[in-house]
Design a protein around this ligand. Structure first.
Ligand code: SF4
Length: 473
């Protein structure tokens, strides 16, 4: 049966099920404001203490059902490093912001010598890349049993438990191997990969014994996947993740079709048996006939970017080179950014180098990509200056000028609130070349002489050499 989309749930509908006392314990001014935030998934039901009282049990149950995502949310990892997989409400990003970014789990296997394993774990844990002000990181470690030897798997799992706090995925088709691994990481709530039609009973028992989420695997067989899921649910296992199989190269189209069918069936058709997070394994690129490691890493990155878009909630990856893993992390960042909220930096005054009382004063927009480009160009050109970042609603200079978010009045306000006038003896402001048409009005509004800078901040170096210090007004 098709289920209602999240976008069809109204705040009024939610409000009617709240206690409606407007007590403010949730931090909102009233219940209606809380209802609106609930519909936007900005707060959880637990934030309303009165709702948790026994007399509201029935309303709480109705609200939980009303707000439940069609793709179940599954938690992996221990409390402080826990990750939620799935919890998706929509198929397309433009319908509603995507939640719970795809988890990127980097593989290690039990053939690695202890030093090699520790070194790779350190690289995975410490991986960080600053992209327009946000640190992009890897999320989890996937330990694979390459030897099939329980003792070796236990040893590797023990090393991981001792050296790395990231959530774990334990991978082996052998339930006995997986059991010793799970027992070596008590309290870590690892994701167990995987139950299939040959081992599901033992895997189900293991998941129940260790209270761990379980992957259900049926490569290229969606009816088999549904059937296994149904059986495991009947055994009382609710925290499942589906692995419909990942095929690289010519099989990629097949993979996309299977992932898309699962997600559409769950969200558009209300198929609860496919309403679970999806696991993709771009690492399969390393298992084919292709022996060139660069080609394998390229195929893995390509498969990862496709599965990020269609609709993997966790990816198992091998490549740890920046050039192969960064496209995945950057694409994930962009995909999971709220399209309603431009990526912005805080407005205000920034100082670069060692600015003094005759240093240039520049102004720019607070769109993150603009800001970090300007920052990087200022640093590259070694310019000591003050940069006033105006609040343009997170829009770039050109868009903000067109939409009147970057205006002469806005520049005057930003200049005033920055306090930069106290720091310099001159009254000369450099505005972006893309805001040239504001120069006259800006001069009038600020009382400062306005210089029109380059259209591209990469031209700031030559511009400053030629135009700074400016001549007398
Ligand atoms: S805590 Fe609950 S009852 Fe109180 S204002 Fe918030 S939503 Fe309403």
């Amino acid at each position: 049966m098709a289920r209602r989309s999240i976008t069809e749930t109204s705040p009024i509908e939610v409000y009617r099920l709240l206690p409606r006392t407007n007590c403010g314990e949730c931090g909102e001014p009233n219940c209606m404001a809380f209802a609106t935030r609930l519909v936007n998934r900005e707060v959880s039901l637990e934030s309303c203490p009165p709702l948790l009282l026994p007399e509201h049990d029935s309303d709480l149950a109705d609200l939980s059902a009303l707000l439940a995502p069609p793709v179940r949310a599954v938690r992996i990892g221990q409390a402080e490093r826990e990750i939620t997989l799935g919890g998706k409400y929509v198929v397309q990003r433009h319908e509603f912001t995507y939640h719970n970014p795809t988890c990127c789990a980097l593989a290690v296997d039990d053939t690695l010598a202890r030093e090699e394993l520790v070194q790779r774990l350190r690289t995975i844990s410490e991986f960080s890349y600053n992209y327009i002000g946000r640190d992009l990181r890897l999320d989890a470690v996937a330990l694979r049993s390459a030897t099939g030897d329980p003792d070796q798997f236990r040893e590797a799992a023990t090393t991981i438990a001792a050296t790395c706090k990231l959530p774990l995925v334990l991978c082996s088709p052998d339930p006995d191997v997986l059991r010793v691994g799970a027992e070596a990481v008590p309290g870590r709530r690892p994701l167990l990969h995987a139950a299939d039609r040959t081992n599901w009973r033992e895997m189900a028992l293991l998941a129940l014994d260790t209270d761990s989420p379980l992957v259900v695997s049926a490569p290229d067989d969606l009816s088999g996947l549904r059937s296994l899921t149904k059986t495991l649910r009947a055994w009382g296992i609710e925290d499942l993740v589906l692995d419909p199989g990942t095929f690289v190269g010519p099989g990629l189209a097949h993979t996309i079709r299977n992932f898309s069918r699962c997600r559409n069936a769950a969200i558009r058709d209300g198929d609860e048996l496919l309403g679970y997070p999806l696991l993709g394994a771009p690492i399969a690129a390393f298992a084919g006939e292709e022996l060139d490691p660069v080609r394998c890493a390229f195929d893995e990155a390509l498969t990862a970017s496709v599965l990020l878009s269609r609709y993997a909630d966790i990816l198992i990856l091998q490549g740890l080179e920046g050039w192969s893993v960064l496209p995945t992390l950057i694409w994930r960042f962009n995909l999971y950014t709220d399209p309603r909220k431009p990526v912005a930096v805080e407005a205000g005054l920034r100082e670069f180098g060692s600015p003094d009382r005759v240093s240039p004063v520049l102004v720019t927009a607070n769109y993150a990509l603009t800001y970090f480009t300007v920052e990087s160009d200022i640093k590259a050109a070694n310019i000591s200056c003050y940069l006033v970042v105006a609040d343009t609603g997170g829009l770039s200079v050109e868009s903000a000028v067109a939409g009147r978010y970057f205006s002469a009045a806005g520049i005057a306000e930003a200049l005033e609130s920055s306090g930069v006038a106290e720091k310099v003896d001159h009254r000369v402001l450099v505005i972006p070349g893309l805001a040239a048409r504001l120069s006259g009005e800006a001069a009038e509004a600020t009382g400062w002489k306005v210089l029109v800078g380059p259209k591209d901040s990469s031209g700031l170096g030559p511009f400053m050499k030629e135009r700074w210090p400016p001549g007398p007004a």
